[in-house]
Design a binder for this molecule. Structure first.
Ligand code: ATP
Length: 309
């Protein structure tokens, strides 16, 4: 509980990559049954919250033009629902500084929603526990609880039932942002279509991958990375095949499509290798832009509080 009344609050929330994303059958509620291992990455968004006469959302940074600033934005939903629960009006200006690519398969919207929940809990002095916030998080989207949780975690159900996974040391990644985004529902639909034609084969369980994480060995982890959505993302954006090949040629240990894509994530041997891979990939002309990142990092966290003086 904060001892001062905050005047403004800044929260940072991580992106994610799915090291293992096994997509099961379509459930009656329209969601697919997932088994996934998430890792939270240092590539992040910052969300600033300041009391204001009305709810407003502003967005700048990576892909800002493609992000709605009205009720369609997940932070808008987070603010109105939390305010309703607290019996107050959502009188806050929310400014999002995006580092996470929009519709990139790295759960940027979910990161912003988690950041908004955490920040408003502090700004409005609601004193909700992390568990209570996690329940709210799930109402906003399947990936929001993980953005709150961070680290490395096994997700089941819609991906929202989380168990921490031991990951020794830090893993180093290069991220290649695609030209344009991919809609997550479209990618799931494409997977259903491909499976209707009898392909591609389904991923197994992530047991070996979890051992490699516990060992902290990127070379052991690399061949175990897998994503059932990758074939569907490539089917919708065939140029991703070239991007994935280019990352390996540049020296990455392995490359996968991140979540529903089109961001490609390349696991590298260490921090120096990641810088080399990123430099070479930038020059290869196979993606819009390239970033270096590491994980695991923590979930959404308050980075600055401006107290009332
Ligand atoms: P997923 O969590 O399904 O992997 P993603 O990472 O592919 O999602 P997001 O960047 O979260 O994609 O955005 C998906 C869509 O959600 C965007 O096209 C945008 O219209 C909408 N959206 C709503 N709120 C936000 C937000 N705060 N940041 C980015 N996109 C948002």
């Amino acid at each position: 509980m904060l001892s001062v009344v905050p005047r403004a609050i800044s929260v940072r929330a991580p992106s994610k990559v799915n090291l293992h994303l096994a997509v099961g059958d379509l459930r009656p509620d329209g969601y697919h049954e997932l088994t996934t291992v998430f890792q939270a990455l240092s590539l992040s968004d910052q969300v600033d919250l300041v009391p204001a006469p009305a709810l407003t959302v502003r967005v700048r940074g990576e892909g800002a033009r493609d992000v709605p600033t009205d009720r369609r934005n997940l932070v808008w939903k987070a603010a109105t629902r939390l305010a309703h629960r607290a019996g107050r009006e959502p009188l806050v200006e929310i400014s999002i500084d995006k580092g996470i690519p929009v519709a990139g398969g790295m759960a940027g919207g979910s990161a912003d929603a988690a950041a908004a929940l955490l920040g408003l809990n502090a700004l409005w002095q609601l004193d909700l526990s992390r568990d209570e916030l996690a329940e709210f998080a799930l109402e906003l989207g399947s990936d929001v609880p993980f953005a709150m949780h961070g680290g490395t975690a096994l997700g089941t159900g819609r991906g929202e039932k989380l168990l921490p996974v031991l990951a020794r040391d830090t893993f180093h990644w290069v991220l290649a942002f695609g030209k344009g985004g991919l809609s997550t529902p479209d990618v799931f639909r494409e997977l259903d279509r491909l499976r209707g034609q009898g392909q591609p084969p389904k991923l197994g369980d992530p047991e070996k991958l979890m051992h490699a994480l516990a060992a902290g060995d990127p070379a052991q982890l690399a061949p175990l990375l897998g994503n059932d959505l990758q074939a569907a993302a490539i089917s919708l954006k065939p140029e991703l095949r070239r991007t994935l090949r280019a990352g390996i040629t540049a020296g990455a240990l392995a490359g996968i499509v991140s979540g529903s894509g089109p961001t490609c994530a390349f696991l590298c041997a260490d921090a120096d290798a990641a810088v080399e891979v990123s430099t070479e990939l930038s020059g290869a002309g196979v993606c819009r832009s390239v970033r270096v990142a590491y994980g695991p990092v923590s979930g959404a966290r308050v980075i600055d509080i401006e107290p009332i003086v």
